[in-house]
Design a protein around this ligand. Structure first.
Ligand SMILES: Nc1ncnc2c1ncn2[C@@H]1O[C@H](COP(=O)(O)OP(=O)(O)OP(=O)(O)O)[C@@H](O)[C@H]1O
Length: 242
């Protein structure tokens, strides 16, 4: 499946519905949720607790398939309901970078090794992965902490390393689930600005689930989710590089 508009967009999610349980225990966590994100676009997804944001993010992250609806990434139909059009695990490794609420760095590896391992799992050599890891850490302002273990880094520095790890394999799509929840306002904003920089400079499509209304100005587009339904919000900022 490769309609021209879908080839241009990094991700096209159409009418995603997710039902958990059945009959009287059924929960509809997502109702015909749709979103198109272009390469180089950074998007915020807001919404109250339980509105379905994580369900949406894990669906397009190919972790938790929708009950129905389609997900097209870079022109490839990857999921049609629960039916996969590709090997999800390898597609995910090549095309999707994930950043979680806590950095989830491996505690017994140094910061740079945490970034390298993502590439080595994809078959990259130790030497080439070290070079790219250092470049990424430099880009994200944590190169001087390369050889420190995660426990020696601040929360903000750990999240920068996690962003470097998410970028390691040149993903088309970066998904972040409340990445600044554990940070104070200023550090949280710096991490949000970093996502915008990554989208605008590296051309990734970035979707950030957040409760933080203070940093909404860094996003190109803002969506809101309520009761499983996604709508485009009036917070939207129209210029892409403002
Ligand atoms: N595995 C599951 N089984 C049954 N119901 C689930 C499951 N996972 C999520 N839900 C339900 O689906 C709805 C949406 O949950 P989801 O975690 O996607 O919301 P959220 O917006 O990410 O919430 P939060 O902001 O609190 O993280 C909720 O009613 C939740 O209880």
């Amino acid at each position: 499946m490769s309609k021209p508009d879908q080839e241009q967009a990094a991700i096209v999610a159409t009418d995603l519905t997710k039902r958990y349980g059945s009959e009287n225990t059924e929960v509809v966590a997502m109702r015909e949720a749709s979103m198109t994100v272009q390469s180089g676009e950074v998007v915020a997804l807001l919404g109250p607790s339980g509105s379905g944001k994580s369900t949406f993010l894990t669906a397009i992250g190919l972790i938790n398939p929708p009950t129905s609806g389609t997900i097209v990434i870079r022109g490839t139909l990857v999921l049609d309901g629960e039916t996969a059009g590709v090997n999800l695990r390898s597609f995910r490794r090549q095309h999707i970078g994930y950043v979680f609420q806590k950095s989830n760095l491996i505690p017994f590896l140094s910061a740079i090794e945490n970034v390298q391992i993502a590439m080595q799992l994809n078959g990259e050599s130790k030497r080439a992965s070290r070079k790219r890891a250092l470049e990424l850490m430099d880009y994200l302002g944590v190169a001087d902490r390369a050889d420190n273990f995660p426990s020696m880094l601040s929360g903000g520095q750990q999240q920068r390393v996690a962003v470097a790890r998410a970028l390691a394999n040149h993903p088309s799509v970066i998904l972040a689930d409340e990445p600044t929840a554990a940070l104070d306002g200023q550090r949280g904003r710096q991490v949000m600005e970093l996502f915008a920089k990554v989208a605008h400079e590296q051309g990734s499509a970035v979707i950030v689930v957040t409760h933080d209304h203070r940093s909404l100005d860094v996003f190109d587009t803002t969506y809101e989710m309520e009761d499983g339904v996604i709508t485009r919000s009036q917070h939207s900022v129209t210029q892409l590089d403002g």
